[in-house]
Design a protein around this ligand. Structure first.
Ligand code: AMP
Length: 212
């Protein structure tokens, strides 16, 4: 099963990708996590990406495409994967197709901008492994500590309200056209935000079973 999750920042892509990864036994490939690790390790890609990320802009397509295509060739991706945060532009979607990536389904997580702004204030991520939490909707077992690896949870720099607004604008302009793109290819499945994270996961599983 090869999936991608589309949605505004804070729509729940990372959370759902991690849950689906555990349930379907295929890796979640998060471009945001890959880039944050590159920034943290101060690699050449990290140095190029940092300013874009901090200001809420997209990292240039050519950087992202190479990283993702290389990652998908690794052995753990041979039975499928869940892309989280990729593609984010029509050009990236076309590049995936050119690289021979054929997605089975594209899940669009539909959440209003207003809900996003509220949600983002409670979001925290693990500074070591990148797992995501929410202070109300998905708190860690011990406050401020990652359940999976025990490292500290922090607020992402790009989750500050002004940057979230910029990221929403980028989403509407650059990423939303993918809804039509994948709809035309009959791959799109819409999931409107439910009351709980678990309900969203159940709905995604129901929808992807239809495309098997
Ligand atoms: P995310 O964790 O998915 O919200 O990504 C965080 C940031 O990483 C984004 O705001 C972008 O700056 C960058 N990024 C992640 N994925 C992509 C992508 N596919 N194309 C361009 N930039 C990306």
């Amino acid at each position: 099963m090869k999936l991608t999750l589309l949605g505004a920042p804070g729509a729940g892509k990372g959370t759902q990708a991690e849950r689906l990864s555990a349930l379907l036994h295929i890796p979640a490939v998060s471009t945001g996590n890959i880039l944050r690790a590159a920034v943290k390790n101060n690699t050449p890609i990290g140095q190029q990406a940092k300013a874009y990320m901090d200001s809420g802009k997209l990292v240039p397509d050519e950087i992202i495409i190479d990283i993702v295509v290389e990652r998908l060739l690794e052995p753990d991706c041979s039975n499928g994967y869940i892309l989280d945060g990729m593609p984010r532009t029509v050009l990236q979607a076309e590049a995936l197709e050119t690289a021979g990536v054929q997605l089975d389904a594209v899940i669009s997580l539909v959440v209003s901008d207003e809900t996003i702004m509220k949600r983002m204030s409670g979001r925290r991520v693990c500074e070591a492994c990148g797992s995501s939490y929410h202070m109300d909707a998905m708190p860690p077992k011990r406050q401020g500590i990652c359940d999976l690896c025990g490292a500290n949870l922090v607020r992402r720099q790009d989750d500050e309200p002004e940057t979230v607004k910029a990221r929403l604008a980028v989403y509407h302009q650059e990423t939303e056209p993918l809804i039509q793109y994948y709809s035309e290819r009959r791959l799109l499945k819409n999931v409107t935000a439910h009351a709980t994270i678990e309900e969203d996961t159940r709905e995604i599983l129901r929808l992807i079973r239809q495309s098997e």
